[in-house]
Design a protein around this ligand. Structure first.
Ligand code: HEM
Ligand code: HEM
Length: 123
């Protein structure tokens, strides 16, 4: 499996564990207010990272060079910033919506770069 796929799957499992722990914490405490952070952590973190990793494993011709690493860095930084912002908002800091906005646009940049990789010609 290409290195970038390993990196994506390692990231996906760590974010999956964090997402499940957040879900269990909500379930056990009875306070579900952090559900948007939980939902997006699991979906942008576990599900989407696993899909990115699978794509590069299925298309090793696209997995080499610097571009996939740059795409990985931008995307994962965006997810972390967005989720931290969503969690802090859920804890009662409405001003953190700025952090969510910044994180969301970084995620968008990562997804645009991934789209460019998918549409690029095979190396
Ligand atoms: C042990 C694992 C998990 C636990 C204990 C858990 C727990 C929860 C809880 C307590 C809520 C709030 C429900 C509500 O108030 O309506 C929730 C919402 C949600 N969870 Fe999880 N969850 C788990 C795993 C996952 C995974 C793996 C995903 C996605 C891949 C996921 C996606 C979502 C989504 C999308 C919502 C929001 C649903 C809505 O809008 O009503 N969860 N989860
Ligand atoms: C930068 C990317 C994204 C942004 C800015 C975003 C934004 C939002 C917003 C504003 C809501 C409504 C929240 C509410 O009413 O409380 C929402 C809900 C939701 N989004 Fe996203 N979203 C993004 C990516 C995704 C992705 C990639 C998925 C799935 C793979 C997803 C799945 C969901 C689900 C299941 C809900 C309903 C559960 C919830 O309210 O948290 N989102 N999203």
């Amino acid at each position: 499996m290409p290195r970038i796929s390993h990196l994506y799957f390692k990231t996906a499992t760590i974010l999956f564990l964090a997402g499940i722990i957040m879900g269990l914490h909500m379930g056990i405490s009875g306070d579900h207010s952090a559900y948007p952070a939980h939902a997006h952590l699991n979906l942008l973190g576990w599900v989407s990272c696993a899909i990115f990793g699978s794509y590069f494993a299925l298309n090793p011709a696209k997995a080499g060079g610097r571009l996939p690493i740059i795409q990985f860095a931008i995307y994962t930084i965006g997810v972390v910033v967005m989720i931290v912002g969503l969690y802090l908002m859920a804890l009662g800091n409405p001003a953190m919506d700025a952090l969510v906005g910044i994180g969301s646009f970084i995620v968008l940049a990562g997804v645009l770069l991934f789209t460019a990789i998918v549409f690029s010609r095979d190396a």
